[in-house]
Design a protein around this ligand. Structure first.
Ligand code: SF4
Length: 351
């Protein structure tokens, strides 16, 4: 008898994060059933999520959205590195080379936004990964997320280092009218050497600032987060001034700045990176980061410098929604901010 394919055969089911952790524990990354290594040397595994909206507490927003997990931008200071251990992965290279793609994210989000009890509170997109890292060009989950939020009349705050966000200006304009949208481009430092050293997989700072200009010109509320400022790299007054001047020149509607903090796997990775590339800084970092935050007086000095420079270049003072500076303890799924993660003030004035 002739075999016919089943009607409604949906093909193999994408695995869940729980499956991922179990498989990696048992057999390493090689045990993932259909992960694909791409030209950027990262490996991508499609997974299915049970929920899209993650409730958070103690943050300037109540909900976070992260369609991906892991980030090929690979910033050495990234706050989310420490969460890879929950998947039995390391906080070093694994974070930037093993990316999980929540293929059903938009579908799940639409259902959640359709619930009668949904309160349409601000949702933050890109708090534990960059929503405009390169793979977004293929999956367009962030674009789908914005479309769903527009239909659900839910305001969004987006944090990204990806100039690809300008691709979605059309939807951002719709969402601005429907509920509100703010884009925070993360540009901690304009200096090329600092950029290449600390954020090896990202677009250049100037490209990000051009994105700010395009968004603002299109009527989108867009500005810059200089976060995190990294002592010894981006905290020198001359570098702060060059960055803030460029931010002002590109028409940013706001700018915030926050200092690096180091915790768990992120601390392990960053200190390993320093030992390898900048051994002369290790002792200073050990002293400065005896705890996960730099001392308050040190942070206050940089805060003061940034405030003075903002005033000099005509940038507004004060904080914006989504820029609250406080410590918090959340899981990656609950979406602690990566690009936005801050201690109560900013940086040391080395170099
Ligand atoms: S700081 Fe942001 S852009 Fe950099 S690796 Fe982390 S999530 Fe990606």
């Amino acid at each position: 008898m002739e075999e016919r394919p089943l009607l409604f055969d949906l093909g193999p089911r994408a695995i869940t994060t729980r499956d991922v952790a179990r498989l990696i524990k048992e057999g390493g990354i090689g045990a993932l059933p259909d992960a694909q290594r791409r030209a950027d040397e990262a490996t991508y595994q499609e997974i299915r999520c049970r929920s899209a909206l993650n409730g958070v507490k103690g943050m300037p927003f109540s909900w976070t959205l992260n369609p991906y997990r892991g980030c090929t931008h690979g910033c050495h200071y990234c706050f989310a590195r420490r969460y890879q251990t929950q998947l039995e992965l390391g906080s070093g290279d694994d974070f930037a080379s093993m990316i999980f793609v929540k293929v059903n994210f938009v579908e799940v989000l639409r259902k959640e936004l359709d619930r009668p009890d949904w309160t349409r509170e601000l949702a933050a997109l890109g708090t534990a990964t960059d929503p405009y890292q390169p793979i977004e060009g293929q999956y367009m989950l962030s674009r789908g997320t914005l479309a769903a939020l527009t239909a659900g009349r839910t305001p969004v705050g987006i944090v990204t280092k990806g100039p690809m966000v300008v691709r979605d200006i059309d939807i951002l304009q719709d969402l601005t009218k429907a509920a509100g949208a703010t884009v925070y481009l993360s540009v901690p430092c304009l200096d090329e050497e600092v950029w290449r050293t600390l954020e090896p997989g990202t677009a250049s700072p100037l490209q990000r600032l051009r994105a700010v200009r395009m968004l603002v010109d299109a009527g989108i509320d867009a500005g810059v987060l200089m976060a995190p400022l990294v002592p010894g790299f981006s905290t020198a007054p001359a570098r702060l001034e060059a960055t803030i001047k460029a931010i002002a020149d590109h028409g940013a509607r706001f700018v915030g700045a926050n200092l690096l903090h180091l915790q768990d796997g992120t601390r392990d990775h960053f200190m390993t990176f320093l030992s390898r590339e900048f051994p002369a800084l290790v002792d200073q970092y050990d002293r400065l980061y005896a705890s996960k935050y730099a001392p308050k007086d040190y942070a206050a000095r940089v805060q003061k410098t940034v405030g003075m420079l903002k005033a000099r270049y005509g940038l507004p003072s004060g904080k914006r929604r989504g820029e609250k500076t406080e410590s918090r303890e959340t899981t990656p799924e609950s979406g602690a901010s990566t690009c936005v993660e801050h201690p109560p003030a900013q940086g040391v004035l080395w170099r």
